[in-house]
Design a protein around this ligand. Structure first.
Ligand code: SF4
Ligand code: SF4
Length: 128
């Protein structure tokens, strides 16, 4: 069992972009909700960037004030506000690997952006 808030350096896993699950829309949506729910309970990153305030306000203003009340098309502004500075992962988060939560917020933002790009390319392809 990993300790929360360890003083050891975080372990960063390589991005698993070759996994069939990586761009699977249901798996990605479920991972976004899992991570957003943990972040909403934690809130330590509220002042690091625009992504977290957007996320927390969105959840607080949702019907039941929980992640399940959000629709998936509300996620994009949170991702768009992330500059990938890596501060949440490197300096703030007690849930990064080796913690069991295995939370890497910036990598999740990259995964979402890759899925967005693939979708756009697919739609462009269909148009031609
Ligand atoms: S990596 Fe993104 S979400 Fe994390 S602190 Fe930087 S801008 Fe915010
Ligand atoms: S990234 Fe980690 S520290 Fe930041 S709000 Fe989410 S769970 Fe908390």
């Amino acid at each position: 069992m990993s300790k929360e808030g360890s003083t050891e350096a975080p372990i960063r896993h390589p991005i698993d972009f070759e996994s069939p699950d990586f761009l699977n829309p249901e798996k990605l949506d479920s991972e976004m909700r899992r991570v957003f729910d943990i972040c909403h309970g934690c809130r330590r990153c509220f002042n690091l960037c625009d992504s977290f305030p957007k996320l927390f306000d969105m959840i607080d203003e949702s019907k039941n004030e929980d992640v399940e009340s959000l629709s998936s098309n509300q996620f994009a502004p949170v991702v768009d506000a992330c500059t990938l500075c890596d501060m949440c992962f490197m300096t703030k988060c007690p849930y990064v690997p080796p913690h069991d939560f295995d939370l890497d917020f910036p990598h999740l933002m990259l995964r979402y952006r890759m899925a967005q790009k693939k979708k756009v390319h697919y739609l462009l392809f269909l148009d031609n």
